[in-house]
Design a protein around this ligand. Structure first.
Ligand code: SF4
Length: 733
């Protein structure tokens, strides 16, 4: 039959979900979108089920296509863009005039493109002039970022291409479960095994990845640091240290040597439950291989001692002389789609673009120059994500919050408390393409474009800058985040806020007098062009990226030499890349480290107990994680039919012996209670989990919300919450 209608459109792009950023082809045939995997170095022609079904959300019936504004009765109702944006701008300015500039906060996301992350940081500091901005990546890999920075002088998740995994001799994965979270990555592990390599996994659960391992170390949650120190103790005892490397390429080893001397394997066995023989086998496998890699992920990082835990594994890697050696090194498996780029361009509370520190005068002067403002006008550092959310609506905290690309009602630790903080705000604005659980609480919801509807760049877990390409424009009524920021900036420019809060009573107090909501205009307008200030907040991602390059030039994450055209002509470009005509940097540390001395830095770290230990009232360890068919807070993937069928609801995994003791059978609803809250979900019995530990995935809201239970104790360096361990009691519901 002869086809009628327009010819199919195709584009090469990347999956919208995790940091592997699998290459895919999107094809639009008369509005029907097909996904096909494509050959790309990270996924090598593979996709997981989330990638295969990623297009389903583009035309999903839950898709938002008009702004929503909460009316005086408390109902979210459709409104025009002008009404919604005016309501936001008026509300922000009213609050800032009454309570100061820091009374407004911004919360971003690790899935935002580089351009959006950059524009959001600039919007907070230039348009709102608030110090309060942070993002959900703080809960993802911030501990590894901090540990990498202090050891190597740079934080790039993998300082080598992922393809190096396939050639390493011994691969040690710590708290990482890529078989479930990033299945195509396992193709590289399969290669590695086929070449005779060994896979060793450290995880309290026998995960899908641990099942494939030659050796599985199953420590008590929260003891990974002690395990690492014991491995280094054994390496020292058995003469496995690379002494020349330590002497010529590192500093600070003596303090580490003294520290790990006390980590006798037999004592660490008693503490962690990992047999001495397994510790010894692991140290030998790492220390005698021609090449070896140590990779950490959330299991090691999401602790109140996450930075020190990662440092312990970095110490081990340095002592064995791995970083910079072929097919060897330390790396972090970043989780969110733009987890790497999202932490480089200024949406962190302590950071300016280029991974610059916001309290560094030279960094402030450089970025202020690019932004055309006085460095003295730039706000100082804010506070990390959880502290920011926990301060909302308190007497000294922000009273308004703008959320882009995040769903903290489900993903934050101690989520019920965060939810109540959000409910107490004078103004909550959420930009999203679905009504997430956070959007449900908002005063204004802005419908924004999805991944396949706009151009941009992402930086994957290897530090490889990629092109995300639009297949088609956003549907009528939907605008891009960049356009939203430009529109808001233009409105805020019309009504600047003085530097200090006025003395005396506030002109209006939004807690008691919410801005009146004009009657909705229908149909909503579809005009995407900003009213003013097109140069200050450009809406074209290519223009934003050009500015980002200038802002990052000379910084730790230097994108100055990365152009869109250069990305198009290669499989992405690895930063740092300072020169458009010079090489990029797929492998770091071959000759030197970007520290003042050119040497990597050891940090002596000690094991300490979890922030909350088990006791008579809460006798079990609780830990959280992910399942293959869901992504992060689940706001997107829970709506995809095939993914919902594969993983329709939350569950609590517990050992059959524990279930026996509790009188719980498979499928029984159980109640898991901590000092902060509880979750209820069906029991799933598994002999592969420790009998003293229960597990729940964190993708679901409501009664099954795992983060109702988790601990908000924070790492003092990274601000990472202790998602991975707290004390609970479990009973049949
Ligand atoms: Fe690849 Fe991750 Fe997307 Fe799965 S979710 S297809 S592993 S990028």
């Amino acid at each position: 039959a002869t086809r009628t209608g327009p010819p199919p459109r195709e584009t090469e792009t990347h999956c919208p979900y995790c940091a592997l950023q699998c290459g895919m082809i999107l094809r639009d045939t008369d509005g029907r979108i097909e996904v096909r995997p494509r050959e790309f170095p990270t996924n090598r022609g593979g996709l997981c089920q989330k990638g295969w079904t990623a297009a389903e959300l583009l035309d999903h019936p839950d898709r938002l296509t008009t702004p929503l504004v909460r009316d005086p009765s408390g109902t979210l109702r459709p409104a025009s863009w002008d009404v919604a944006l005016d309501r936001i701008a008026d509300g922000l300015r009213t609050i800032q005039r009454a309570h100061g500039r820091d009374a407004v906060a911004v919360f971003g996301g690790g899935g935002l493109t580089n351009e959006k992350a950059y524009a959001l940081g600039k919007f907070a500091r230039v348009a709102l002039r608030t110090r309060h901005i942070d993002y959900n990546g703080r809960w993802c890999m911030s501990s590894a970022a901090a540990a990498g920075l202090r050891a190597f002088g740079v934080d790039r998740g993998l300082p080598f291409p992922l393809t190096d995994l396939g050639r390493t001799g011994t691969l040690l994965l710590v708290g990482a479960n890529p078989a479930e979270t990033m299945p195509p990555l396992m193709r590289h592990v399969t290669d590695q095994r086929a070449r005779g390599g060994r896979l060793i996994v450290v995880d309290p659960r026998l995960t899908a990845t641990a099942r494939q391992a030659d050796l599985h170390l199953q420590p008590l949650p929260g003891t990974d640091l002690a395990v690492a120190n014991a491995l280094l103790h054994i390496a020292l005892t058995e003469g496995l240290i690379d002494r020349e490397y330590v002497a010529t390429r590192t500093e600070g080893f003596d303090a580490v040597r003294r520290t790990v001397a006390g980590y006798w394997p037999a004592e660490v066995e008693r503490l962690s439950g990992v047999p001495v023989a397994d510790l010894e086998a692991t140290a030998r496998a790492l220390g005698t291989a021609d090449s070896a890699m140590i990779l950490t992920a959330r299991g090691a990082e999401q602790h109140a001692k996450g930075v020190d835990t990662v440092s312990a594994y970095v110490n081990l890697a340095l002592a064995l002389g791995l970083p910079g050696r072929p097919h060897s090194g330390y790396g972090c498996l970043t989780g969110q789609g733009n987890g790497q780029g999202g932490r480089e361009h200024g949406q962190k509370s302590d950071q300016l673009p280029g991974y610059r520190k916001i309290d560094d005068p030279a960094a402030r002067a450089h970025v202020a120059g690019v932004w055309g403002v006085d460095p003295a006008e730039l706000p100082g550092p804010g506070v990390p994500a959880y502290q920011l959310l926990d301060s909302l609506g308190t007497p000294d905290g922000p009273r308004a919050l703008l959320v882009f690309g995040s769903n903290p009602v489900v993903s934050a630790p101690r989520a019920a408390r965060v939810e109540s903080r959000l409910r107490g705000l004078d103004l909550l604005v959420v930009a999203d393409f679905l009504r997430s659980e956070t959007a449900e609480l908002a005063d204004v919801v802005l419908p924004v474009a999805q991944w396949a509807e706009e151009d941009g760049t992402m930086t994957n877990l290897e530090g490889r800058v990629l092109r995300r390409r639009a297949l088609r424009p956003p549907p009528p009524g939907v605008r891009t985040d960049l356009t939203v920021l430009a529109e808001l900036a233009a409105r805020l420019d019309d009504a600047p806020v003085p530097a200090t809060t006025p003395d005396g009573p506030a002109p209006t107090t939004p807690t008691t007098t919410r801005p009146a909501v004009p009657a909705p205009r229908t149909p909503p307008d579809h005009v995407p062009a900003p009213r003013t200030a097109p140069d200050r907040f450009p809406t074209d991602p290519r223009v934003v990226f050009a500015e980002l390059r200038r802002a990052s030039a000379g910084g730790v994450a230097d994108y100055a030499g990365v152009s869109w055209d250069r990305i198009e002509s290669a499989d992405g470009v690895f930063w740092p890349c300072p020169d458009p005509d010079g090489p990029d940097s797929p492998r770091l540390f071959a000759d030197t480290f970007p520290t003042p001395s050119g040497r990597a830095r050891f940090h002596a770290v000690q094991h300490r107990p979890a922030a909350e230990e088990v006791c008579a009232d809460y006798p079990l360890h609780f830990t959280t994680g992910r399942v293959l068919a869901q992504y992060q807070s689940g706001a997107q993937t829970r709506r995809v039919a095939a993914l919902h069928r594969a993983a329709p609801h939350g569950f609590v995994e517990l050992h059959p012996d524990l279930a026996d003791r509790l009188g719980v059978a498979e499928g029984d609803e159980v109640r898991v209670a901590s000092r902060r809250g509880e979750l209820r979900a069906p029991a799933r019995l598994s002999p592969t989990i420790r009998p003293d530990t229960v597990f729940a995935p964190f993708h679901w809201p409501g009664a099954a919300r795992a983060n109702s239970v988790t601990n908000d104790a924070l790492d003092p360096v990274s601000g990472m919450p202790e998602f991975k361990i707290c004390a609970v009691r479990v009973e049949r519901a």
